[in-house]
Design a protein around this ligand. Structure first.
Ligand code: ZN
Length: 321
């Protein structure tokens, strides 16, 4: 079964490794995602995030550095993988027997609230972006715990509304993972195209603020959007910490629930490999097929597995890119 994964932080890991003098690359490394592992896992496409922590570094500079690594690493492995700027590029890569790489940004703050920077990032190949990470920025708010109370109701700021309009114009897929619940509804009520939650699970199964409520899942499905199953233990099971291994059994519980609430077409994959610090039963990208085998045992049809593994996201890319 082909695989499309909507989120990994591998490029940022490569950048960080190089900052401390290591020679880490995309071809073969000790991370969860590299070209060899992707080939073994039967990947069609990986979305690579330029993730930046705005409290620890200049988000714009760091994002640009990560994007430079992305371009260099894809170029260095062009026999195996090619950049995707349009839907047609995916088809061309399939024809040439290559995998595809799509560039995203995880932290809208790297645009400093300036539409000009957003347009420049588009020119650098960015085709998907989360409005926020885990901090308030120029565009809006994540769900935050303030004085031990969970605050869900602060959504997009004025610049955030301008950004989602321009993202739809340009063809940058809006990613609501990390955004607050209010921000989700601001996007739902002020956009027309499908959007994604690239790496978020179901909150009624695992009550974490990074996961989606049933109502959000329904609304996302109605819009034709897709949510990517996140492999992080803390987003899968309330009883887990980051010391626990994330299990296939828990993933199945989420998949069945989301299928029940939003239907099969709202589900995709968003592993969060190289962005999560727990052990994963699906050890790394090379082992992705064990999820499909498990789903089969759990009664998912071949057609359903196909939709979850790549078809739903591919359809969304066709519509937006
Ligand atoms: Zn994330």
């Amino acid at each position: 079964m082909k695989v499309i994964d909507m989120h990994c932080d591998t490029m940022k890991e490569i950048l960080d490794a190089r900052m401390i003098g290591k020679n880490t690359n995309l071809k073969k490394n000790n991370l969860s995602v590299d070209i060899e592992k992707m080939n073994q896992g039967n990947y069609m496409l990986q979305v690579f995030a330029a993730f930046t922590n705005m409290k620890e570094e200049d988000s714009t500079v760091n994002c640009l550095k990560t994007i430079d690594i992305f371009h260099n690493e894809i170029e260095a492995n062009k026999e195996h993988i090619g950049i995707v700027l349009s839907y047609n590029d995916i088809l061309k890569n399939i024809e040439q027997n290559r995998m595809s790489a799509l560039l995203s940004i995880e932290e809208g703050a790297c645009c400093k609230g300036d539409l000009g920077l957003l347009r420049n990032f588009y020119k650098l190949g960015v085709r998907m972006m989360t409005l926020t990470w885990n901090y308030e920025n120029e565009l809006g708010f994540p769900n935050e715990i303030i004085e031990s109370k969970l605050v869900l109701d602060r959504g997009l700021k004025k610049a955030g509304f301008e950004f989602i309009e321009e993202m739809e114009n340009l063809g940058i897929i809006i990613d609501v993972s990390h955004l607050s619940d209010a921000g989700f509804y601001d996007i739902l009520n002020n956009t027309k195209k499908p959007f994604v939650a690239s790496h978020s699970n179901a909150r009624s199964i695992c009550n974490h603020r990074r996961n989606m409520t049933d109502d959000m899942i329904k609304k996302l499905a109605d819009r034709g959007g897709v949510m990517g199953l996140n492999f992080y233990s803390c987003f899968l099971n309330n009883n887990y910490t980051s010391n626990d291994m994330s299990k296939l059994d828990d993933m199945i519980v989420h998949l069945k629930h989301i299928r029940n609430i939003g239907g099969i077409e709202v589900i995709g994959l968003g592993s969060d490999f190289d962005g999560i610090n727990c052990r994963v039963e699906i050890e790394n990208a090379s082992k992705m097929q064990i999820l499909g085998e498990k789903m089969k045992k759990e009664g998912f049809t071949e057609n359903e597995i196909e939709h979850i593994f790549y078809k739903n996201v591919l359809n969304l890319f066709k519509e937006i890119l």
